[in-house]
Design a protein around this ligand. Sequence first.
Ligand code: BG6
Length: 491
Amino acid sequence: MITPASSSALDPALDMVIFGGAGDLSARKLLPALYMAHLHDSLPAETRIIAVGRADWTREQYLNFVEERSRPFVDNHALNDQAWESFLARFDYARVDISVADTYGHLAEKTRGDALRVFYLATAPNLFETVCDNLAACGLIDDRARVVLEKPLGHDLASAKAINASVGRHFPEDRIYRIDHYLGKETVQNLMVLRFGNAIFGPLWQAPYIRSVQITVAESVGVGSRAGFYDGTGAMRDMIQNHLLQLLCIVAMEPPVSLDPDAVRDEKLKVLRSLRPMTIETISRDTVRGQYAAGAVDGESVKGYLDEAGVPAGSVTETFVALRAQLNNWRWANVPFFLRTGKRLRDRRSEIVIEFADMPFSIIPRGPYAHANRLVIQLQPEESIQLQMLAKEPGSGMHVLPVSLNLDLQQALAGRRAEAYERLLVDVIRGRLTHFMRCDELEAAWAWVEPILSGWKALGDKPRSYISGTYGPAASSALMARENMVWAEEA
Ligand code: BG6
């Protein structure tokens, strides 16, 4: 049984204030992550968690919510009564109507003047400005205050800029934590170590030694109960604009001069700025939108997107995107980056595949194996790295076969792997900004994505239907076949 160790008495007191404290994200992700941080002694001893909500609840009523809605999301092995009780003891509840300034007094009464104040805004982004204005009006924003912004961080470039401007009026950039939970994943952080801690990849990590890069984030789940949000959003805004572009940045960036937040973020920004802008012509050639139809996933039949609860009839929202991106810089000249994400695909699998170029001249007969070397970095569900190469088949002759050097990171490295939200929340408390997006990064990502969204509109592009449980529309394979390439699972 794990019991919480005693937290460092030297840490300043912490008031973690969660706007949207009775929302789904809090129940499923934030509170379980805070419990784990509590259990593993990563919260300052004097931590209080103040949930903010509209409901006229007492503290006890909120604790019932935590018990009923959040506890089921805590890993069973980590639950023990003593730790859970001491976790609950940290809670308070403040009833605040976000748009009514007078009601913020309830919150002000509960915060402590000398504590580090973290305001976690897990609300719709159109409320960020009002929350910040009202917090400022009741004197809660000073140099002890930090703000965490939950996605979606905008719907397009203008709205992202508006968020940056309105939050930036009250908080300096070094106290704004824009969450992209992919940056909190152990495996994603490990990518930096793989690239910048291992000299063997250094010289090869560029054109012309790399032929292509594939980044896939496949989900087997459908839209679930989120149609209200998702239908106005789609896969491009929900996944590509943030998670996949962040992965691309980590794969493609130049070595930063250090792990300092701005050193890393400067390099990521350069990658985003070097993305070749798409034109109407390249949009129709290099992007594929899809929408799932009924099918079967994990042996169970599932509905099509249009039959999901809350999806408007005839919706043309995409649940799948595949695209070919290109970076306009020396390192990556002419190396295509294929990005793909979708819901209701065959399985949950996130991976990055680096396909190395052929040798300039080969004396070894290759048989059917067109490409000798691939580095496959699997991020989810298992954490592994495979280096595929050709080897001689035992026996006479020089027949070659593909074989893999397999590194199962979970087996190789014992130790607890914290969930992304736990790691990121602890980073906020410790003031570590490296794994959060800076305002210019956010805007650069939108600046590249927005013309694609408007191009689709101008083209009257409708998503192609794909059967649930497959890897998306056939056009996605055709996108690669054009260049004599295939997605990893087709190789
Ligand atoms: C979220 C998206 O940001 O990421 C969801 O809004 C998606 O639609 C989720 O399901 C995927 O995250 P993970 O960690 O399960 O890969």
